[in-house]
Design a protein around this ligand. Structure first.
Ligand SMILES: Cc1cc2nc3c(=O)[nH]c(=O)nc-3n(C[C@H](O)[C@H](O)[C@H](O)COP(=O)(O)O)c2cc1C
Length: 190
Protein backbone atom coordinates (compact mmCIF):
# COMPACT_ATOMS: atom_id res chain seq x y z
CA UNK A 1 0.00 0.00 0.00
CA UNK A 2 1.22 3.48 -0.84
CA UNK A 3 2.25 5.57 2.15
CA UNK A 4 0.05 8.52 3.08
CA UNK A 5 1.97 11.78 3.18
CA UNK A 6 0.27 14.72 4.86
CA UNK A 7 1.42 18.20 3.88
CA UNK A 8 0.52 20.88 6.44
CA UNK A 9 1.08 24.15 4.67
CA UNK A 10 1.30 27.11 7.06
CA UNK A 11 2.80 29.49 4.48
CA UNK A 12 0.92 32.73 3.96
CA UNK A 13 2.53 34.12 0.81
CA UNK A 14 1.81 32.85 -2.70
CA UNK A 15 5.54 33.31 -3.46
CA UNK A 16 6.52 31.49 -0.28
CA UNK A 17 10.06 30.15 -0.33
CA UNK A 18 9.26 27.77 2.53
CA UNK A 19 6.49 26.23 0.43
CA UNK A 20 8.85 25.95 -2.54
CA UNK A 21 11.38 23.96 -0.51
CA UNK A 22 8.62 21.81 1.02
CA UNK A 23 7.30 20.95 -2.44
CA UNK A 24 10.77 19.79 -3.52
CA UNK A 25 10.76 17.51 -0.48
CA UNK A 26 7.25 16.23 -1.25
CA UNK A 27 8.36 15.36 -4.77
CA UNK A 28 11.14 13.21 -3.31
CA UNK A 29 8.84 11.56 -0.76
CA UNK A 30 6.22 10.37 -3.25
CA UNK A 31 3.29 8.37 -1.89
CA UNK A 32 -0.32 9.43 -1.69
CA UNK A 33 -0.24 13.09 -0.75
CA UNK A 34 -2.85 15.25 0.93
CA UNK A 35 -2.40 18.98 1.54
CA UNK A 36 -3.94 20.98 4.35
CA UNK A 37 -3.54 24.62 3.34
CA UNK A 38 -4.09 26.42 6.59
CA UNK A 39 -4.54 29.90 5.05
CA UNK A 40 -7.63 28.66 3.20
CA UNK A 41 -9.26 27.03 6.19
CA UNK A 42 -11.61 28.50 8.70
CA UNK A 43 -9.79 27.26 11.79
CA UNK A 44 -11.35 28.43 15.02
CA UNK A 45 -9.69 28.90 18.40
CA UNK A 46 -10.99 26.73 21.22
CA UNK A 47 -13.71 28.95 22.67
CA UNK A 48 -15.47 27.83 25.85
CA UNK A 49 -18.33 26.43 23.78
CA UNK A 50 -16.02 24.45 21.50
CA UNK A 51 -13.96 23.23 24.45
CA UNK A 52 -17.06 21.99 26.29
CA UNK A 53 -18.31 20.20 23.20
CA UNK A 54 -14.92 18.67 22.59
CA UNK A 55 -14.53 17.53 26.19
CA UNK A 56 -17.96 15.96 26.09
CA UNK A 57 -17.21 14.08 22.85
CA UNK A 58 -13.87 12.85 24.22
CA UNK A 59 -15.55 11.64 27.41
CA UNK A 60 -18.08 9.77 25.27
CA UNK A 61 -15.15 8.43 23.18
CA UNK A 62 -17.03 9.64 20.11
CA UNK A 63 -14.37 10.63 17.62
CA UNK A 64 -16.64 10.55 14.57
CA UNK A 65 -17.63 14.22 14.88
CA UNK A 66 -16.49 16.55 12.07
CA UNK A 67 -14.62 18.62 14.63
CA UNK A 68 -12.09 15.76 14.78
CA UNK A 69 -11.60 15.34 11.00
CA UNK A 70 -8.20 17.05 11.00
CA UNK A 71 -7.05 15.10 14.06
CA UNK A 72 -8.03 11.78 12.45
CA UNK A 73 -6.21 12.73 9.25
CA UNK A 74 -3.09 13.66 11.27
CA UNK A 75 -3.24 10.47 13.31
CA UNK A 76 -3.48 8.27 10.22
CA UNK A 77 -0.71 9.83 8.10
CA UNK A 78 2.42 7.72 7.53
CA UNK A 79 4.67 10.74 7.05
CA UNK A 80 4.07 14.41 7.82
CA UNK A 81 5.60 17.54 6.30
CA UNK A 82 5.01 20.88 8.01
CA UNK A 83 6.03 24.02 6.14
CA UNK A 84 6.04 27.19 8.23
CA UNK A 85 8.06 30.38 7.82
CA UNK A 86 9.99 31.71 10.78
CA UNK A 87 7.82 34.43 12.29
CA UNK A 88 8.65 36.28 15.48
CA UNK A 89 11.08 33.61 16.65
CA UNK A 90 8.44 30.95 16.07
CA UNK A 91 5.84 30.16 13.37
CA UNK A 92 2.57 31.71 12.12
CA UNK A 93 -0.24 31.61 14.69
CA UNK A 94 -2.38 29.62 12.28
CA UNK A 95 -0.13 26.61 12.86
CA UNK A 96 -0.76 26.83 16.61
CA UNK A 97 -4.50 26.93 15.87
CA UNK A 98 -4.09 23.78 13.77
CA UNK A 99 -2.17 22.05 16.58
CA UNK A 100 -4.88 22.98 19.09
CA UNK A 101 -7.44 21.48 16.74
CA UNK A 102 -5.64 18.20 16.14
CA UNK A 103 -4.38 17.62 19.67
CA UNK A 104 -7.28 15.42 20.70
CA UNK A 105 -6.66 13.12 23.64
CA UNK A 106 -7.72 9.61 22.70
CA UNK A 107 -6.90 10.17 19.03
CA UNK A 108 -3.35 11.49 18.68
CA UNK A 109 -2.26 10.95 22.27
CA UNK A 110 -3.40 9.30 25.49
CA UNK A 111 -2.23 9.31 29.07
CA UNK A 112 -0.98 6.21 30.83
CA UNK A 113 -1.91 5.32 34.42
CA UNK A 114 1.23 7.07 35.62
CA UNK A 115 0.15 10.26 33.88
CA UNK A 116 2.75 10.00 31.14
CA UNK A 117 1.66 10.84 27.59
CA UNK A 118 1.67 8.05 25.05
CA UNK A 119 1.48 8.87 21.35
CA UNK A 120 -1.09 7.24 19.07
CA UNK A 121 -0.04 8.65 15.70
CA UNK A 122 1.02 6.25 12.97
CA UNK A 123 3.60 8.50 11.29
CA UNK A 124 7.21 7.35 11.37
CA UNK A 125 8.61 10.77 10.57
CA UNK A 126 7.72 14.44 10.74
CA UNK A 127 9.61 16.96 8.61
CA UNK A 128 9.68 20.61 9.60
CA UNK A 129 10.52 22.96 6.73
CA UNK A 130 11.19 26.61 7.43
CA UNK A 131 12.91 29.68 6.06
CA UNK A 132 14.12 32.68 8.03
CA UNK A 133 14.87 36.26 7.14
CA UNK A 134 17.86 36.30 9.50
CA UNK A 135 19.57 33.62 11.61
CA UNK A 136 17.24 30.78 12.61
CA UNK A 137 16.83 29.81 16.27
CA UNK A 138 14.95 26.48 16.48
CA UNK A 139 13.90 26.75 20.16
CA UNK A 140 10.29 27.93 19.74
CA UNK A 141 9.37 26.29 16.45
CA UNK A 142 11.22 23.15 15.36
CA UNK A 143 12.24 22.24 18.90
CA UNK A 144 8.62 22.57 20.08
CA UNK A 145 7.33 20.42 17.21
CA UNK A 146 10.08 17.89 17.86
CA UNK A 147 9.06 17.54 21.52
CA UNK A 148 5.35 17.34 20.65
CA UNK A 149 6.03 14.68 18.03
CA UNK A 150 8.38 12.56 20.13
CA UNK A 151 6.80 12.85 23.57
CA UNK A 152 3.10 13.31 22.82
CA UNK A 153 2.27 12.06 19.32
CA UNK A 154 4.55 9.02 19.24
CA UNK A 155 6.33 10.07 16.04
CA UNK A 156 9.84 8.72 16.52
CA UNK A 157 11.76 10.78 13.98
CA UNK A 158 11.76 14.48 13.16
CA UNK A 159 13.99 16.42 10.81
CA UNK A 160 14.51 20.11 10.22
CA UNK A 161 15.07 21.59 6.78
CA UNK A 162 15.92 25.27 6.96
CA UNK A 163 17.17 28.05 4.74
CA UNK A 164 18.15 31.13 6.72
CA UNK A 165 19.47 34.68 6.18
CA UNK A 166 17.13 35.12 3.21
CA UNK A 167 16.29 38.77 3.91
CA UNK A 168 19.76 39.96 4.87
CA UNK A 169 21.54 42.31 2.49
CA UNK A 170 24.50 40.65 0.83
CA UNK A 171 22.89 37.17 0.99
CA UNK A 172 21.55 35.70 -2.24
CA UNK A 173 18.13 34.35 -1.18
CA UNK A 174 17.37 32.64 -4.51
CA UNK A 175 20.67 30.86 -4.38
CA UNK A 176 20.22 29.78 -0.74
CA UNK A 177 16.79 28.35 -1.54
CA UNK A 178 18.13 26.62 -4.67
CA UNK A 179 20.97 25.11 -2.62
CA UNK A 180 18.50 23.67 -0.12
CA UNK A 181 16.35 22.27 -2.94
CA UNK A 182 19.47 20.82 -4.60
CA UNK A 183 20.38 19.01 -1.38
CA UNK A 184 16.88 17.56 -1.10
CA UNK A 185 16.95 16.39 -4.72
CA UNK A 186 20.19 14.52 -4.09
CA UNK A 187 18.73 12.56 -1.18
CA UNK A 188 17.35 9.08 -1.56
CA UNK A 189 13.99 9.28 0.16
CA UNK A 190 11.62 7.13 -1.84
C1 LIG B 1 5.21 38.46 10.35
C2 LIG B 1 6.65 38.11 10.06
C3 LIG B 1 7.52 37.86 11.11
C4 LIG B 1 8.87 37.55 10.86
N1 LIG B 1 9.71 37.30 11.92
C5 LIG B 1 10.99 36.97 11.68
C6 LIG B 1 11.90 36.69 12.76
O1 LIG B 1 11.54 36.72 13.94
N2 LIG B 1 13.18 36.38 12.47
C7 LIG B 1 13.64 36.32 11.18
O2 LIG B 1 14.81 35.99 10.97
N3 LIG B 1 12.79 36.56 10.13
C8 LIG B 1 11.50 36.90 10.35
N4 LIG B 1 10.66 37.16 9.29
C9 LIG B 1 11.15 36.96 7.92
C10 LIG B 1 10.76 35.58 7.38
O3 LIG B 1 11.21 34.57 8.24
C11 LIG B 1 11.36 35.30 6.00
O4 LIG B 1 11.09 36.34 5.08
C12 LIG B 1 10.86 33.96 5.46
O5 LIG B 1 11.70 33.50 4.43
C13 LIG B 1 9.42 34.06 4.95
O6 LIG B 1 9.03 32.83 4.42
P1 LIG B 1 8.16 32.71 3.07
O7 LIG B 1 9.06 33.16 1.90
O8 LIG B 1 7.87 31.24 3.00
O9 LIG B 1 6.96 33.56 3.24
C14 LIG B 1 9.34 37.48 9.52
C15 LIG B 1 8.44 37.75 8.47
C16 LIG B 1 7.13 38.06 8.72
C17 LIG B 1 6.19 38.35 7.57
Amino acid sequence: MEKKVLYINACARSESRTDRIARALLERLGGLQEEVKLAEMDLQPLSEERLNRRTWLIEEADYTDAMFDLARQFQQADEIVIAAPYWDLSFPAILKLYLENIYVTGLVSEYTETGRPHGLCLAGKLWYVTTAGGPYLPDFSYQYLHTLAAEYFGIPETELICAEMLDVEGFDADNLVAQQIGQIQKRKLL
